[in-house]
Design a protein around this ligand. Sequence first.
Ligand SMILES: [Zn+2]
Length: 80
Amino acid sequence: MPHSVPVDTERLRCEHPIADVVGSYGIELRRVGPALVGRCPFHEDRGRPNLHVYSRSSRWICYRCESAATSSASSSKWTI
Ligand SMILES: [Zn+2]
């Protein structure tokens, strides 16, 4: 049985503002353990997605190109 869990976007909007910021850029996120994972917009993210969003600590990081920010910095960083 697959472990994929459908993303409840309305719930994310209420509980996870940083996920909302990331999602507003059209990046599809799915939950993997404690993180929400999606494709990084700052490098050519093919294959396995590298962008990890940690809503509890309000930060995100790309483990490939090492882009990172907290939610307070994210709005400027995401204007690409
Ligand atoms: Zn990246």
